[in-house]
Ligand binder design. Sequence first.
Ligand code: ZN
Ligand code: ZN
Ligand code: ZN
Length: 407
Amino acid sequence: MMCERPPRSLRSRLPLTREPPKAAGGRSHAISNWSGRNVFETVVHIVNTSYHVYDAFQDFNAMDLIKINEHPHVRFNPLLREWVQVSPKRSDRPWQGQIETLAREQLPQYDPDCYLCPGNTRVDGRKNPQYESTFAFDNDFPALAPSVPDGHYAESGLLLARPERGICRVLCFSPSHDRTLSRMSGAEIGGLVDAWIAEYVSLAKESHIDYVTIFENRGAMMGASNPHPHCQIWATATIPNEPAKEVASLMAYRDRHGDCLLCAYMKMETRLKERLVFENEEFAIIVPFWAVWPFETIVISRSHIGSMAALEECGRNELAFALKNITWRYDNLFGCPFPYSMGFHQRPTDGREHDESHLHAHFYPPLLRSANIRKFMVGFEMLGTPQRDITPEAAASRLREAGGTIA
Ligand SMILES: [Zn+2]
Ligand SMILES: [Zn+2]
Ligand SMILES: [Zn+2]
C-alpha cells in the first residue's frame, strides 16, 4: 500500500485531517495557481503518488503550463507512480567525466571460443546442437532454482526473507555470433518472436510460475557476458518489483478512469507525435514523457492484449519490424553498436485474469551524448529522484532522424 502522508516539512504546516480530493468530476476544492496557500495543496497532491495528482493538474490549462523545453521540472511516470527530474539546459555543461570505449571491432560470424555458438561446448561440458534458427536452454549458472526448501526467515519484523523458486533460460537469437537484432531480417526476428511466445506459454503452464520476464542485455556496458546475441528468460514464483508496480498502477488507473492507461497513453502520443519515434499497424514506439534514460523508448501494442501469445501472425511480424526499426535507429544514432537493456512486460502467469495487462517492451540504453559518453545513475538519482538532461522530445526527434535506410 502506498504511503500517502506528506513529508514532515509539509505535515507540520497542514491540518493532518485533510481529506484527499474526490474522484475525477467531483473535486472537493480547486487549485488555481502556484502561489500563496494553494501551493501547499498542490504540493501535497504532487508528493502523493496516487492518481489524485491528475485531479490536481486538471485545474490547469495549457496557459498555466511551464515551458518544458526550457525550465527544470519534474514529470510524473504513471506506470511506476514516481517522478523524474528534467533539466533541459543542463546538457550544455562541459563534460570532463568518464569516456567509455566501445568495442568497434567486427565480430566473426562464428567464434570457436563462444559458448553460445552452434556445436561449441559450454562450461558445464554440454555441447550445443548445430542449431539453424533460435536455440533455448536452461541457464548453466541460474540465479533461481526450480526447487528450494520451504520456510521463511523473520527477525523482529525487520529482517524478512522467503524462498523464491524459478527457472532461468537462455535463448540465442540465431546461429550467427555477429547478428544483432538490428542486423537480423524481419523474418528472422519473426522466428525469434515465435520462440519468445513458445517459452512464455510453456513456462506459464508451470503451476509455480507467476511471472515470465524476457530481457536482453546488449553490450559489455550493460553487463552482457557474451556478445553472441541472446536474451535471458527468468520465470519467477512471484511478480517482480517493476511489473508488480505497473500491475497496481494499471489496475488503479482502470478503476479510476474506466480505461487502460497504456491504451490511452499510446493513442495520445500517436496523435501528438512529438515523442513518437515510429509506428506501424500494430505497434507504436515512443520516448515516454517520463523517460529517465536519455534515449529510453517504450514499444506499445496498439491493441489491448496481455502478451505476445495473443498476437496474430500479422501482429508478430509487425512486432518483429518494430524491434528491427528501433534497434537500427539506435545503432545509427551514434554510429556504434548501441548498448541497452530491453525487456517485455506481459500478463502475469499466476492464474488470475489480469485483463489490465497491456503488452509492451522497454528499451533502457545508457548512452547520453556520443558512442563513448554514458549516463550514470548516481548522487541525487540514487538518493533523491532520477534526472535527465536532454528532454524526451529532443531525444525522440534525434531518433526519428536516425532512421536512415533500414536494411
Ligand atoms: Zn557465438
Ligand atoms: Zn491497453
Ligand atoms: Zn513496463
